[in-house]
Design a protein around this ligand. Structure first.
Ligand code: PEP
Ligand code: MG
Length: 568
């Protein structure tokens, strides 16, 4: 048979060729008439909800930060009062629980699909995923894909939790007939480095289990039963990628030092103690940001001091003596935690978020600070306060930390003598006042994700404004420059833990502005390490100085891009 070429949408980079695992999931038949009274159906539904919740918790145990966010969203959907009401109405009207769940989920998903916003439309898949898990629990089945050998998964669409549940060591690539590049499956494939093509019309009918499939996640090409020439083209691309990965591994322990001898610390962002261990294997020199929110989300009450202590201690132990910067709670903004009962706000990003929430809930803050200080004896801890907008915030947070220390010592707990205390610089007022803040901290870590949104007044999560969200805006660069100058004048070090530090253009500019540490997702380390090792700091400095003089992000990029192309 001759090869068949299909075109889809490129969703995650990389090329791969391998045997197909075709996932044809049908909807299970469900009874039209209820087996019991509405009360009995309600009880079955509640039991299914608990089972679904337990399954999601189990998946979360081995999930990374990206996957955990999705699972948390699913946990929240399981508790969504509107969805509950719709199911309740169906059961009350005499439907079996399965049919009530299906109808409720379809109504909910239909509402999302009718919206203009592509990102929200894609969330309909998440609602259906939750519904499918509930129906499976009601009918005594489990959902998921079990691979027994390395394979390219071919499916109509992959529910996010299907993707999370696949054994990553056996997953070669993903081709789906539906889905878009912003679906959670695409986002996950990108963060795992698994090539993926979505919206490949006709692939499900044309593919069979075991058939050879080649896919190119950069161009969207999918070839079924590839001929010898196509096969060798793909095999050559895979060999090149393997060689690059090999080089990356070999270089993982090389210092990130420029040819003219400037050393930059390369750290990673982490969302759990397990991710700290993973990052160390990938050659990270420490953890530049551990978001402590992971402990507070997807559950029904706040973690106890003991629970937090155990988690922080584990993170420190997993870092093998390297520094771990643990950020205190940054809830609010776009991150809600239902059991905290946060008020609905008109402008949550400008509202009761992070430290502001902690100051209003002193017990919550105190518990976290005590847990952190108790963990300090297990490694090299740095404590970081988010969303500081000036000296009052910083002093109040430091006083709470000092008070937590006094209470622990009075109770006879051991606390390390040495630990660093720093702040995130992510509000423009803090950047402008960096000279006043620097003497009172050990370090700054610039949170460019928020600094960009607050400087440019562009909501970081609003896809309508995505083009206006510009980390390379000269206004942002001028603020960063000011922060670095102020820190160095006071003898303090500066890191960057926002996304900008993991992008080659961003890293190059930050190197030129004199940043001492860059923290990013582990997968980004090799490329940034190569960039630092191949760019003289003097050249990066000259480039950054030039960028500080121009007036638009376009001019900045026009200066930076040619240098990036030449170096990595
Ligand atoms: C930032 O704002 O750049 C940051 C790293 O924090 P978060 O993305 O958690 O707000
Ligand atoms: Mg932030």
């Amino acid at each position: 048979m001759s090869e068949r070429v299909l075109r889809g949408v490129a969703a995650a980079a990389g090329a791969v060729v391998g045997p197909a695992f075709v996932y044809r999931e049908g909807q299970p038949e469900v009874a039209a008439q209820p087996a019991g009274t509405p009360d009995e159906e309600r009880a079955r539904y509640e039991a299914a909800r608990s089972r679904a919740e337990a399954e999601l918790n189990q998946l979360a145990e081995r999930a990374d930060e990206q996957a955990r966010e999705i699972l948390t969203a699913h946990q929240l959907m399981l508790q969504d009062p509107e969805l509950q009401n719709l199911v309740e109405e169906g059961i009350q009207a005499g439907q079996p629980a399965e049919a009530a769940v299906r109808a409720a989920v379809e109504q909910f998903a239909g509402m999302l699909e009718a919206l203009d916003d592509e990102y929200l439309r894609e969330r309909a898949a998440d609602v259906r995923d939750v519904g499918r898990r509930l129906v499976a629990a009601l009918t005594g089945r489990t959902v998921g894909i079990v691979l027994r050998q390395p394979a390219v998964v071919v499916a109509r669409d992959l529910a996010p939790t299907d993707t999370i549940g696949i054994d990553r060591d056996l997953l070669l690539g993903i081709v789906t007939e539906q889905g878009g590049p912003t679906s959670h499956t695409s986002i996950l494939a990108r963060s795992w480095g698994i090539p993926a093509v979505v919206a490949a019309a006709g692939v499900l009918d044309a593919a069979d289990d075991g058939m050879t499939v080649a896919l190119d996640g950069d161009t969207g090409e999918v070839v079924l039963d590839p001929g010898a020439e196509t096969r060798s083209r793909y095999e050559a691309a895979m060999a090149r990628a393997r060689e690059q990965a090999e080089r990356d591994r070999a270089e993982a322990s090389l210092p990130a030092e420029t040819p003219d001898g400037v050393r930059v610390e390369l750290a990673t962002n982490a969302g759990s103690p397990a991710e700290v261990a993973f990052a160390m294997e990938k050659g990270a020199e420490g953890v530049g940001l551990l978001r402590s929110e992971f402990l507070f989300m997807g559950r029904e009450s706040a973690p106890t001091e003991e629970e937090q202590y155990q988690a922080y201690a584990e993170a420190l132990q997993n870092a093998n003596g390297q520094r771990v910067i643990i950020r205190t709670l940054d809830i609010g903004g776009d991150k809600d935690v239902p059991y905290l009962g946060l008020p609905k706000e008109e402008n949550p990003f400008l509202g009761v978020r992070a430290l502001r929430l902690c100051f209003r809930r002193p017990e919550l803050f105190r518990t976290q600070l005590r847990a952190l200080l108790r963990a300090s004896v297990h490694g090299r801890l740095a404590i970081m306060f988010p969303m500081v907008n000036g000296l009052a915030d910083l002093r109040r947070a430091r006083e709470a930390l000092a008070e937590a220390r006094r209470s622990l010592e009075a109770e006879g707990h051991r606390v390390a003598d040495q630990y660093e205390v720093g702040i995130m610089v992510e509000i423009p007022s803090a950047a402008l006042l960096a000279d006043h803040l620097a003497p009172e901290v050990d370090f700054f870590s610039i949170g460019t994700n928020d600094l960009v949104q607050y400087t440019l007044a562009v909501d970081r999560g609003n896809p309508e404004l995505a083009e206006m969200y510009q980390p390379y805006h000269p206004a942002v660069l001028r603020l960063i420059d000011r922060v670095v100058q102020a820190a160095h004048a006071a003898g303090k070090w500066v890191g960057v833990c926002g996304e900008m530090g993991g992008l080659p253009e961003g890293a190059l500019l930050l190197l030129g502005l004199g940043v001492d540490e860059l923290s990013m997702a582990p997968a980004l380390l090799p490329r940034i390490r190569r960039l630092v090792r191949s760019t003289p700091a003097a050249e990066a400095r000259a480039l950054a100085q030039q960028c500080l003089t121009v007036g638009t992000p376009e001019e900045v990029l026009a200066l930076v891009e040619p240098v990036v192309r030449r170096t990595v």
